[in-house]
Ligand binder design. Structure first.
Ligand SMILES: [Zn+2]
Length: 262
């Protein structure tokens, strides 16, 4: 089945992100099995980018794009994912250009739509914000991966939980003590619960026994040893960053349309 170039490309972008997060989820699953190997940092990035690459490539084999020269089915090449090879006429073309030409095709409501175009500054801010958040999240995630790969697990105990009641929510702060070699160190964890809601992970109670993972070379680099504690934060930031990057770049792409037509 041959899709329109624009539809085909939108699916590819969406599937790239789906594969990216799917790969991340698979990696987390693999780590929860308790397996560890020296190539784990490589696996971490390979699973995300590999997942993103594979999913949209498989999609492109099943739903090829139409060749702009002859209309036959065209497939992205493996080495250059934006370069398409046509199976009808054998020629190659740039998928981004083909997308732009189709997106630029005149539409009846175009002049009206052009007037309603928002200022592109907002889209740029969104795009840059998204990339910065995504970059930070990856560094954050790399820290968690480093703890998993090079860290040591030790027994820990929640020594104190302080509660700060506010009007609409309760703020909590826990002090978690752990032993790193001969020294006794502590970790601070804070969370809030809205009034009338129950706490979603992670929440700790006084006296609770946990596991903490720390770096022997840098014992203050530590985190509670659970999937939630290690990966909930990075995952949320990756999601927010990816969403802003996606929305910003798609909006900028669409905003170019009328300008190209003049
Ligand atoms: Zn062709």
């Amino acid at each position: 089945m041959l899709l329109r170039m624009t539809t085909h490309m939108h699916f590819r972008i969406a599937l790239f992100f789906a594969g990216f997060f799917g790969g991340f989820a698979l990696f987390v699953l693999y780590k929860t099995l308790g397996v560890s190997s020296p190539i784990d940092p490589l696996l971490f990035f390979a699973s995300m980018f590999g997942g993103g690459f594979l999913l949209q490539m498989i999609f492109s084999r099943i739903f090829p794009a139409p060749c702009p020269m002859c209309g036959a089915a065209a497939f992205p090449t493996l080495t250059k994912p934006m370069l398409y090879a046509c199976h009808g006429c054998g020629r190659k073309f740039d998928g981004g250009m083909a997308y732009a030409f189709e997106a630029m095709a005149p539409k009846p409501s175009n002049s009206l739509w052009r007037k309603k175009l928002p200022d592109s500054t907002m889209m740029w801010i969104m795009l840059v914000f998204g990339i910065v958040v995504l970059g930070g999240a990856l560094v954050f995630a790399a820290d968690s991966v480093r703890l998993l790969v090079k860290g040591v697990t030790t027994e820990a105990r929640v020594v104190k939980v302080s509660v700060y009641p506010l009007r609409t929510r309760m703020d909590y702060r826990a002090i978690i003590a752990y032993k790193a070699g001969d020294s006794e160190l502590t970790l601070d964890r804070s969370w809030s619960v809205d009034v009338g809601h129950s706490c979603l992970s992670p929440c700790y109670y006084e006296g609770e026994r946990l596991k903490v993972r720390y770096l022997p070379a840098e014992p203050t680099k530590a985190n509670v040893y659970s999937v939630f504690d290690l990966f909930l934060g990075p995952t949320l930031f990756i999601l927010i960053g990816a969403m802003c990057t996606l929305v910003g770049s798609v909006a900028l792409w669409r905003a170019r349309r009328p300008r190209l037509e003049l």
